[in-house]
Design a protein. Structure first.
Length: 219
């Protein structure tokens, strides 16, 4: 072992070349991941998680199955990445507007419903996977359980603040109303997918109008 002289500093350890390369964003890899996610969304939306084939997803994305697993370690990891991407927008939107006053939350939810109405494929994916996730053995079971808990928490916080500031009646149960609003949104989405004649934006706007009157603070 070499002895260091006084005042000398130990030379920095050279990082392996592979580690240095991994730290840099790989544009080609990002494009491949995006293509795999888009392809998986169609397959999972049509056949569900269990019915979709990783080999078929890889083939459509012009990859081998080992190539797909290079980007996503497993079919389950691919599913979870897809779900995180799908639901991050709605939560980010609600959190960004956490300082809403009064019942401004309700028009915001109307806007989210309108946005979803323009994107039938992501909604179809969500409803198919949501139905599958009822089974505790499904890999997305805990994800959707946490997703609903988090969504209820965010919406209920808006409603509770409106109640505490006197914008709505004091007897309103914020947690229960949050669950009802989320149920209405997902229920309308399901009916709309089954029958496009269902105007889910109009239906939800009607519900909001009724709620705004019912929640008003008594004179």
């Amino acid at each position: 072992m070499q002895t260091m002289k006084p005042g000398e500093r130990e030379a920095p350890t050279e990082q392996p070349a592979t580690r240095r390369r991994q730290a840099k964003p790989n544009a080609r890899g990002q494009l491949s991941r995006a293509l795999i996610l888009a392809t998986a969304a169609r397959h999972f939306g049509e056949s569900g998680f269990r019915g979709a084939s990783a080999a078929a997803i890889a083939s459509e994305a012009d990859l081998s199955e080992p190539g797909l697993l290079h980007h996503f370690g497993s079919k389950t990891e691919l599913l979870m990445s897809l779900l995180e991407m799908r639901y991050s927008h709605d939560e980010t939107k609600l959190l960004a507007d956490r300082e809403l006053e009064g019942l401004q939350l309700l028009p915001l939810l109307v806007t989210l419903v309108r946005e979803n109405e323009r994107e039938p494929e992501p909604i179809k994916l969500s409803m198919v996977l949501l139905a599958e996730s009822i089974s505790k053995s499904h890999p997305s079971h805990e994800f959707f359980k946490r997703r609903y808990a988090r969504a209820r928490e965010i919406v209920a916080a808006h409603l509770a603040r409106a109640r505490n500031e006197g914008f709505i009646r004091q007897d309103v149960d914020a947690e229960s109303l949050a669950a009802v609003l989320l149920a209405a949104i997902d229920g309308l989405q399901l009916q709309w997918l089954l029958d496009s004649r269902v105007d889910m934006s109009r239906c939800f706007e009607m519900l909001v109008a009724i709620l705004e009157g019912a929640l008003a603070k008594p004179l």
